[in-house]
Design a protein around this ligand. Structure first.
Ligand code: PT1
Length: 277
């Protein structure tokens, strides 16, 4: 029943017969103590190397927060945050680097700097975004979002959240393949917390198995999200145990990659899952 995928990610070929852990590397002012640009890059690089030691299989580098009500960042600011970090990491690590952006110019610069994957919360819908990926050997994660980070939690509505999200991902998948991106370079993501109520998020977890119908590897990001805060009553810095539960459930329901902040704890938990699957 479980699907076995080979995922082509730039020069890397990832075996998805066991679950992989994508570690989050935020390069944003609020993620690190403010000591200017050099130290921000240095902190992000040190954090990234730490995540690799903890067992991360992919690093997801992002310079603009997409959490609800996040403040947008200019193109130049985003480039100045992520490119030095990607350049430095690409020269010294042997796992794929993903760039978390919806801006085609950031995608392009990140790929030139050594990123192997584009993680796009807008699923390559920005003008030229498809072209950038088509004209590279990078892979792409297509994520579903309703609205924008600034407004998405105001009044999310779906006729049927699972069918609506799946239909959107199928449409974007078709557009990507038609444009020339090989399907072995594409993964899909329901986009937990992106224009979804607690009820919507729970329905998506409950029916995660049904995303296998898309016939693509599945990525899930629930780490530290507010839906886990709603369930536990815990603030964002106290959602580790809830996040582990979410990763375990997701993998047991078919996720191939989990995007997490707490890599070591997740890697251990998934070793237990793997032993019994
Ligand atoms: C994700 C994801 C992402 N999440 C992918 N990329 C974020 N592919 C950034 C909250 O409700 O799930 N998949 N990149 C982070 N975004 C959020 C969204 C963070 C919601 C927090 C919340 O708390």
């Amino acid at each position: 029943m479980t699907q076995h995928f080979q995922f082509h990610c730039g020069k890397f070929q990832l075996d998805l017969s066991t679950p992989l852990v994508m570690g989050v590397v935020n390069v944003t002012p609020d993620s690190f103590s403010d000591g200017g640009r050099f130290s921000r890059a240095e902190s992000a690089i040190a954090h990234a190397l730490q995540l690799i030691e903890e067992g991360a299989n992919i690093l997801d580098v992002g310079g603009e927060s997409t959490r609800p009500n996040a403040i947008p960042v200019s193109l130049d600011e985003e480039l100045s945050r992520v490119i030095p970090v990607i350049e430095a990491l690409a020269g010294q690590i042997s796992i794929p680097i993903s760039i978390d952006t919806y801006k085609p110019k950031v995608m392009q610069a990140a790929i030139a700097a050594g990123a192997s994957m584009v993680n796009d919360v807008r699923a390559l819908q920005e003008e030229y975004a498809l072209d950038v990926v088509v004209n590279s050997n990078a892979s792409v994660c297509l994520m579903h979002m309703q609205g924008t980070p600034q407004t998405m939690q105001q009044n999310p509505y779906y006729d049927d959240v699972v069918n609506d999200v799946k239909a959107f991902l199928q449409t974007r998948l078709d557009a990507c393949v038609k444009a020339g991106i090989a399907s072995k370079r594409i993964i899909v993501d329901p986009g937990f917390g992106f224009g979804k109520t607690r009820v919507h998020n729970i329905a998506l977890v409950q029916q995660l198995e049904s995303f296998a119908a898309l016939n693509q590897p599945l990525l899930v990001g629930l780490s530290r999200k507010s839906v886990l805060g709603q369930m536990t009553g815990n603030d964002v810095d106290a959602r580790l145990y809830a996040s582990i539960a979410a990763s375990v459930i997701s993998v047991m329901k078919g996720a191939h990659i989990v995007r997490v902040h707490d890599v070591k704890a997740t890697v251990d938990a998934l070793k237990v899952v793997q032993a019994v699957l």
